[in-house]
Ligand binder design. Structure first.
Ligand code: COA
Length: 151
């Protein structure tokens, strides 16, 4: 496989990121607002993955979000590289506690050291996030789990 390059996201990446998220039925809400904390993966000039963080630095917490890899490349390590970039980025910012919601990728995050937590393990400042508000209302019926890791 030709080389996959990771780089910080920039505004020109947004349309391809949104298309990738949409293809995986993931919300792109407020993506532009958090773009400086996102990474993109590209191969042969094509965007094939992304992932990033929302920052709730008052609580030194980061919400991992919008992790997606082109379906043809699932299981080839791209998602792990993206997650490692996101975790390094959090450490560089002094953020030590990462949280996330997922419906189907629990085993992927478990392999990366994330543990299941209760929804209310989310710190107060992160509860204003779009994801938390949605999960609070619909999470149980959709089988959404919350996970966390200290980095
Ligand atoms: C989750 C995702 C980003 C992982 O990226 P990836 O490039 O496939 O991951 P990697 O190749 O680095 O790691 C793959 C490992 O995670 C596991 N894994 C990945 N997604 C999984 C899923 N949905 N369910 C179970 N295991 C999963 C694979 O089985 C594999 O484990 P193995 O090496 O023991 O076989 C990618 O599968 C994806 O885009 N999924 C759809 C969107 C999604 O659910 N995003 C998460 C939103 S929170």
């Amino acid at each position: 496989m030709s080389k996959v390059a990771l780089s910080p996201a920039n505004p020109a990446n947004v349309p391809a990121m949104k298309a990738l998220l949409e293809a995986h039925h993931l919300p792109a809400v407020e993506l532009e607002d958090w773009l400086e904390h996102f990474v993109v993966a590209e191969r042969d000039g094509r965007l094939i993955g992304c992932g990033g963080l929302e920052l709730y630095a008052k609580d030194l917490a980061g919400l991992v979000r919008s992790m997606a890899v082109d379906g043809d490349l699932h299981g080839t390590g791209v998602g792990s590289s993206i997650l490692e970039w996101v975790e390094d980025h959090a450490r560089e910012l002094g953020v030590r506690h990462l949280l996330l919601f997922t419906m189907e990728a629990g085993p992927f995050y478990e392999r990366h050291g994330y543990d299941l937590v209760a929804y209310d393990a989310f710190p107060p400042s992160a509860r204003g996030s779009f994801q938390y508000r949605w999960v609070e209302e619909h999470g149980k019926e959709w089988g959404v789990v919350a996970m966390a890791k200290d980095v």
